[in-house]
Design a protein around this ligand. Structure first.
Ligand SMILES: [Zn+2]
Length: 469
């Protein structure tokens, strides 16, 4: 109460806040506030409620700019000075509930509850916390508001659990000036600690084998936090496999085959708070193929499948850089995930509503038409024929169609290195466009990000690392 009174008095003093924009240190202590939220609802209704407020350690995020420069994510958190309503901090994010809303059961009105913890810098004075969700036109609408007094004794000031083991894999500088990447162990038993350490090193190696991460390596700090699980790997409901693990990771998320997420978000964030961090990766001790990634939340991958490297680099593109899936199904013309006539928020797909102002127009190869013809219909027709021939077991036809597809590839080889606007992206065959033929955000033979994704990743790295190109 007293802190609030002083804040109000300060605000009433002439020239208190109006004359200048106070920097980070004037508004924040340098620690982290963790807001443990629950989201309850279905496709239509949503209730957000605050469960607990925790004080975590050092704020690892950028100290400037404090207002979100990206605009990614279907949700956003904003802190306002309670006395003056001046915006102090904002950040977009996504949540598991946000994905649930797009699924069949949610559309049929089945209500579920999901955890999500959101972290913000620790304010010096009482703040209004607003959680907003994007509407069908992608405009942010506030769905939850509360006031938090950081001096309130109900705020939980527990120290992290010292039994969680920390591995500092790579340190290049102060957390405020680096991307602080933390790996959290899932499905590793107490005897697997050395394996976790080796896996952190191996996956770190994967990350820095790709551009633009490779040339930005010194902008990262990397660590691992290990809390043992009672059993190895994760649940696989479709296989009737259930394992007692620390985070409760499970395949068949939203009844999808290879999709794996964790629902124990509050526990995940409690464990990760052992170290300062900006971005989270959950390593699952399993040989199976699968994973997932949610922007501003975490990326999860198994570590011992032959394709774990590709899964990791793709899912980290979602969770860290806010990239969209560039792949699509030729069976799905349009989808509900990206409503028709609304420009997607992600930097690497577009509805091309205004072709003259394509969001990556400065990267487009000179002379390439927008949209970019690339033999899409011909290719899809050949692929459909090939599928039919495969089902019929007609080996000769399969072979003939494969060579016709190869001929088509050869004929259009000059398009392989250009940036344009290729139709088919964001799960939809029509109405959404991607920047290039190839990318790690689409299943393609070339093992690299397209130039648009590379730039989006680099921007995010530079945001956390406070560096300019
Ligand atoms: Zn891309």
């Amino acid at each position: 109460m007293r802190a609030r009174l002083i804040a109000i008095l300060l605000a009433l003093l002439p020239c208190a806040a109006a004359a200048h924009t106070p920097g980070f240190d004037a508004d924040f202590t340098g620690e982290t506030m963790r807001l443990g939220l629950y989201q309850v609802g279905d496709a239509r209704d949503e209730l957000v409620t605050l469960h607990e407020v925790h004080r975590d350690g050092q704020w690892a995020g950028p100290r400037s700019p404090l207002l979100d420069p990206f605009g990614y994510g279907r949700y956003a958190v904003t802190l306002l000075d309670a006395a003056t309503r001046r915006p102090l901090y904002s950040r977009g994010f996504d949540t598991m509930f946000g994905e649930y809303r797009t699924t069949g059961p949610a559309l049929e009105g089945k209500k579920r509850v999901f955890e999500r913890a959101v972290r913000v810098p620790w304010p010096r004075r009482p703040v209004i916390v607003e959680i907003a969700r994007r509407d069908a036109k992608n405009v942010l609408q506030t769905i939850f508001t509360t006031t938090i007094d950081p001096s309130d004794y109900h705020v939980i000031r527990e120290a992290p659990d010292p039994r969680d083991w920390v591995y500092e894999a790579m340190r290049n500088g102060e957390p405020g000036d680096k991307v602080d990447l933390v790996f959290v162990a899932e499905g590793y038993t107490a005897e697997d600690r050395d394996k976790f350490k080796a896996d952190v090193d191996r996956v770190t190696g994967w990350l820095f084998s790709y551009e633009p991460y490779r040339h930005l390596k010194t902008s990262f700090n990397v660590s691992g936090v290990f809390r043992p699980s009672a059993e190895r790997a994760m649940d696989e409901p479709r296989q009737n496999v259930y394992r007692k693990t620390t985070l409760g990771a499970s395949f068949n998320t939203f009844d999808t085959d290879r999709y794996m997420l964790v629902e124990n978000n509050h526990r995940l964030r409690e464990i990760a708070a052992r170290v300062p961090y900006d971005t989270l990766v959950i390593l699952v001790n399993s040989t199976r193929y699968g994973g997932g990634g949610i922007y501003g939340d975490y990326c999860i991958t198994t570590v011992d499948h032959a394709r774990s490297k590709e899964v990791f680099i793709h899912e980290f593109g979602h969770s860290f850089a806010g990239l969209a899936d560039e792949y699509y199904s030729s069976d799905v013309a349009y989808n509900d995930f990206y409503p028709k006539g609304v420009e997607p928020l992600e930097p690497n797909i577009t509805a091309l509503l205004d072709p003259a102002n394509l969001k990556w127009k400065d990267l487009v190869t000179p002379g390439v038409p927008i949209p970019t013809p690339y033999g899409k219909e011909e290719r899809e027709a050949l692929q459909a024929e090939r599928r039919k021939a495969q089902q019929a077991g007609d080996e000769a036809a399969v072979k003939a169609l494969a060579s016709r597809l190869a001929e088509l590839d050869e004929r259009l080889a000059s398009l392989r290195d250009v940036v344009g606007a290729f139709e088919g992206a964001g799960y939809a065959s029509k109405g959404l466009y991607r920047p290039a033929w190839y990318c790690l955000m689409i299943s393609s033979p070339r093992d690299e990000f397209c130039p648009v994704c590379r730039r989006a990743i680099e921007r995010m790295v530079r945001h956390y690392a406070n560096t300019s190109p």
